[in-house]
Design a protein around this ligand. Structure first.
Ligand code: AMP
Length: 148
């Protein structure tokens, strides 16, 4: 069984916060970055399923800049087999992210694709659904348990 998991490196507010000069965003110097909590659950579940199936692989994919590789390495340390990053240096909306993810998913032809229920920094809860739509794959949203 091959499972692709979409993982995002999210911005996390530190103890101190300053805003950019136009007051429209948080000054990036005051942000920490981490693997999105829900994506770590998705990765863990994918690893568990592949183990139960007896063979296969878990591939994590991320759209982001080089820093996003920190979160991908965390997934590799959890047991994921491979990571693929799609270069993006600017913030994209969920449809743009889904388009980039869809290209990779098509080339990987997995049995299952996992996404977290939402990303903790942008909270769109839209990327997984958009990805399923673009790939014309059935979607199950807000999954809390999976059994083979
Ligand atoms: P969102 O629609 O931003 O709330 O994110 C929902 C889920 O889509 C996340 O939990 C990830 O699984 C996936 N996702 C969102 N942004 C990205 C990204 N830049 N790279 C990879 N996966 C992403």
């Amino acid at each position: 069984m091959k499972i692709v998991v979409a993982v995002k490196q999210v911005a996390v507010l530190g103890d101190e916060v300053e805003f950019t000069e136009d007051d429209r965003d948080v000054d990036p110097d005051y942000l920490d970055f981490a693997l999105n909590e829900w994506d770590s659950y998705a990765t863990e579940e994918a690893l568990r399923l592949v183990e139960a199936a007896g063979s296969g692989e878990v591939v994590v994919i991320s759209v982001g800049d080089e820093d996003a590789e920190d979160s991908m390495r965390r997934c590799l340390a959890m047991g994921a087999d491979r990571g693929i990053r799609v270069e993006s240096v600017r913030t994209l909306d969920p449809i743009q992210v889904a388009r980039a993810l869809a290209e990779v998913v098509r080339s990987e032809s997995p049995d299952l694709v996992f996404a977290g229920v939402q990303s903790s920094d942008s909270v769109q809860a839209a990327t997984g659904g958009a990805l399923a739509g673009l790939l014309d794959m059935p979607l199950v949203a807000v999954v809390t348990k999976i059994e083979l």
